[in-house]
Each structure stands twice: as C-alpha cells, then as structure tokens.
Design a protein around this ligand. Structure first.
Ligand code: ZN
Length: 147
C-alpha cells in the first residue's frame, strides 16, 4: 500500500468514526471554540489538565473531512501527554503542515497526525487541518484546569 493511501485511510477512519466526540460542559474542563470562515469549519474542544498532564480531550463540531478528522486525531494524540509534550507536538504539527522538515523523533511523536503531511501542498486546507490543534494550544496556555 502506498503511504498516501494509508494516510487517506487514517483520515477517513477518523472522519467516519470520530474519537472523543461530544462535550461534557463541565467546569473542570477548559473550553475553546474556533471557527474557520474560509471553509465553514466550526470546532469546540474541551481539555482537562491535572498536575500538568492532559487527562482528557473532547471535541465536537462541524466541517470538512480534513478538519473533523484532524480534531479526532488531535484528541487521541494529546491525551495523556504533559503540557510541555503536547505544546511541542502541536508546534511540530504546525511545522510539518507548513511543509517544513521535522526530525524522525518528532515524526514518531506525531503518530497518526503524520497523515496530514500532504496538506502542506494545499495551502487553502492548512487552516482546516490546524483548527482543532490551535484550539488545544489556546486551552493549554493557562495550565491546570482543576483549580
Ligand atoms: Zn475545512
């Protein structure tokens, strides 16, 4: 199987069977809502952080397959990571999607999120792929949510 086909499968799988979908609207979560007017994508994420570790990531919203699948992949990739690890992964994801080179170790940490590597060739879709990740980056700015 070609790598491109594998990547397409990952994206379609997360689009059809989104992970961690649905919000709890609980005070112990930080909620961030972001909208991408150029495509109509609309994503809300909820992040729970305890002792500097992301213990839960939830996502919900509507949009194109790239955006919705990416939110699902993001939730799985970042859950269980420390804030520092997650920030680094988010940063590397942005680098990759802009077409910049990242190291093998960085690629490994991205896991399924590597499926979006090809998006760098479609500048109009970059906002779709990064929307949920930007929301999570924003949610992590203030640290613990269980205060
Ligand atoms: Zn989109």
């Amino acid at each position: 199987m070609k790598l491109e086909d594998l990547y397409r499968q990952v994206i379609m799988d997360h689009y059809k069977n989104p992970r961690n979908k649905g919000l709890v609207k609980d005070d112990s979560y930080k909620e961030i809502h972001l909208h991408n007017p150029s495509c109509g994508d609309d994503i809300t994420i909820e992040v729970k952080v305890e002792n500097d570790v992301i213990t839960d990531v939830l996502q919900d919203g509507t949009g194109c397959s790239i955006c919705c699948s990416s939110a699902s992949v993001m939730s799985e990739t970042l859950k269980g990571k420390t804030i520092e690890e997650a920030k680094k992964i988010i940063e590397d994801f942005f680098e990759m999607i802009q077409g910049n080179n990242i190291t093998e170790d960085e690629e490994e940490a991205l896991g399924e999120a590597l499926a979006y590597k090809g998006v760098s060739q479609f500048p109009a879709r970059i906002k779709c792929a990064t929307l949920a990740w930007k929301a999570c980056e924003k949610a992590l700015e203030d640290g613990d949510t269980d205060e």
